[in-house]
Ligand binder design. Sequence first.
Ligand code: G6P
Length: 377
Amino acid sequence: IQAEKGGYKHFMLKEIFEQGRSIRETTLSRISLDSAKVFLSEMQITEEEFRSATKINIAACGTSWHAAIAGKFMIERLARVPVEVDYASEYRYRDPIADPHALGLLISQSGETADTLAAQREMMAKGSKTVAICNVVGAALAREAQGTIYTHAGPEIGVASTKAFTAQLVAVFLFALHLAQVRGSVTEDESRHLLEELIALPGKVRDVLRSCDAECERLARVYSSVTDFLFLGRGIHYPMALEGALKLKEISYIHAEGYPAGEMKHGPNALIDEKLPVVVVATKDPKDAGSCLRYEKTLSNIQEVTARSGKVIAVAVHGDEDIAQVADEVIYVPAAPELLLPVLDVLPLQLLAYHIAVRRGCDVDQPRNLAKSVTVE
Ligand code: G6P
């Protein structure tokens, strides 16, 4: 087993450090820079069906559900198709409205999660074709789907998902860009720019992992004995806040909540005191006006937390000097287009959860009461 961990203390840490490679593998065979196109093979869904889709329904569980929410932002922004995201465990109980022109998208590392399979069946029964984003080749979800985008992350052993998650973010981004290209909602120049950025992503991932690991270990020493954590983000960074909170609670057993930053005033503000660490995902794409506007709002949320003596750990992009004025701690990542930033946002959150759990003496690869895949309802 020690050999399988490749010199790392835990599978989870090894898998965190494999993310540059898994993102590259998930991307490379599917894009061409010459034509600036995304190619999705293994699709029994025609371009015409992609063009006439009225809606995308996404269902998933756990960490994969966070990739689904990020996917909503990507698909709506690039392809301008409305997206609905459901917990797979809820989908069939709300008697979803049939629409044969809606496409289903199921996201699952294992491709065997019972609730996700049931959601897929429900979508198909209502007349939709479905696409699976899945990591395990030949899994039930992929066998049932009319198209599969495999995340080439390789086997994931740690129960808490890391490299499969970032590969899912890339896979759903490719799906969004493909849909946008087929529907003519992106120009060739925009596509080329995004694909170049996607190609640059694995290098940035490696940089973040290298530069943040020691910093997250230091923060773990300061914060490992607290009882609660809050994670905040806005827009596409909000699902990353949810994921940061989930990672922490799964493996360290610290109570953690992820919240959209703007919702703080409707409840969580009441929890803030000098004992509460608040992790704020505050990255931005300096070239994107919408991203900068969202960032400004997040910055004022940080000030609201510090004004109430909360401790803020911010994730921000290199060169952001404003954030250091307001946050107690800042973890820096490189800039990237807004829709790709989540891949970088989540890396320090994974490392922070990992180091806190290790300091608390938890079994990070096999947390109590949790299973790698849940094949019963
Ligand atoms: C379990 C795992 C999680 C995972 C979730 C969904 O709860 O512990 O890590 O996110 O199932 O699994 P799936 O295989 O469908 O992505």
